[in-house]
Unconditional design. Sequence first.
Length: 74
Amino acid sequence: MHDAVVVADGGRTAVAVVTEEFEELARTMAANAGRPGLRILVLPYPLDTRPEDEVRAVARAMWPDALAALGATE
């Protein structure tokens, strides 16, 4: 969250990427840093115990959302 806030404070587009487990904490941290509207991309939880093919599938599925959050398109 700190890095995303620093980037946003520098006038650049920033997106914090967190898992569902940490979404509430991420939003609280962003608000406490004066960035309540910081873009946050939320991935499913857990990822570390999933097989690699499932993690890759999540990445492929979330890629359009990541690009959109950054204001880009494929």
